[in-house]
Design a protein around this ligand. Structure first.
Ligand SMILES: [Zn+2]
Length: 322
């Protein structure tokens, strides 16, 4: 009985031992799991930390579409560099633009701002005054601009001449490199590649548009003066001196006279602006309407400036029956 009892005690003792052993083992396992969990959390923390360093971005802000496309090409495929356009891609030229709330937010988040210069971004002066430390890259540095049809202003549409666009690309690359030296080599390499593409396109357009040398054209606004000058054409007049505002009856009558005097057969409108006034002139003079695009809106892809310019050349050839 006793031996059975003893045996029972032994069994109980052994069972207790096994239970304690299991409890200890499971406690040890819990500790181990706990430690492992802490190690994983620590590793994740380190990974997040290094990721946040590798994602430390250079936020480049551009004022409007042509600057956005040129800058995108300069900053193409550079890790940690982003390019954002301030004015929406559909806005067009910035002649009557006023800063929006989201533009102010974008400005505050920007590390570098790329502008076209020549006064086209005049509306930003006050906003920039409150951010004196924001590096501003003037893409038109060193480019001599023609006077505008609007008194006291410059014609700032220099991006429309592919050769001057190359100068702008180089200015942008230089300005970005100065403000963000870490990526200087990549900016320079990208700019060189893009400039050689632009140069190739310029040669192409020069050959295609050679028969149009000396031709007078009338465009919607003064966006094509530099383009025309590059390829030997002459902008004899514009339909709207202040884009965004309908030309007056007097201005429309003057343009009609000019069209008839010069024997002009075609008028060029722009996709970003209404063509009501041009239609009136066309009706009065018998001229036809064609569309030239000043590259101030588009699909946002890096090749869009070249695509639009090639399309402009096609339109000109068609308009003049080439
Ligand atoms: Zn314009």
């Amino acid at each position: 009985m006793q031996s059975r009892h003893c045996l029972r005690c032994v069994c109980i003792y052994q069972a207790k031992n096994r239970f304690n052993y299991r409890r200890k083992a499971s406690a040890q396992q819990a500790d181990e799991t706990n430690r492992m969990g802490k190690r994983i959390i620590f590793c994740l923390f380190l990974m997040c930390l290094s990721l946040s360093f590798s994602l430390a971005e250079t936020n480049i802000l551009t004022t409007f579409y042509p600057m956005y496309i040129l800058t995108q090409n300069v900053a193409l495929d550079i890790e940690g560099v982003t390019v954002t356009n301030m004015a929406e891609q559909t806005v067009g030229c910035l002649h009557d633009y006023t800063l929006q709330t989201q533009d102010m937010v974008a400005l505050e988040q920007a590390d570098i701002l790329v502008i076209n210069g020549g006064g086209i971004e005049q509306f930003m002066e006050r906003a920039l005054a409150v951010q004196p430390d924001l590096p501003v890259v003037d893409a038109s540095l060193g480019i001599e601009m023609e006077p505008s049809v609007e008194e006291g202003l410059l014609n700032a549409h220099v991006w429309m001449d592919p050769v001057l666009a190359e100068v702008q690309v180089k200015n942008i690359a230089g300005g970005l490199a100065a403000a963000d030296p870490t990526h200087a080599e990549q900016y320079a390499a990208n700019a060189e590649a893009y400039c050689s593409r632009l140069s190739e396109m310029d040669q192409e357009l020069k050959a295609e548009l050679a028969p149009l040398a000396g031709m007078n054209i009338i465009t919607f606004h003064e966006a094509f003066n530099y383009f025309a000058r590059r390829y030997g054409m002459n902008v004899a007049g514009v339909i709207a001196t202040e884009p965004g505002e309908e030309p007056s009856t007097r201005e429309i009558a003057d343009t009609c006279d000019l069209v008839l005097d010069l024997g002009i057969r075609t008028l060029f409108v722009e996709p970003q602006y209404p063509k009501t006034a041009a239609e009136v002139i066309a009706r009065e003079t018998g001229a036809s309407l064609y569309t030239l695009d000043p590259c101030v809106s588009g699909d946002g892809t890096p090749g869009n400036y070249e695509a639009i310019q090639r399309q402009n050349a096609e339109v000109l050839k068609e308009a003049f029956g080439l």
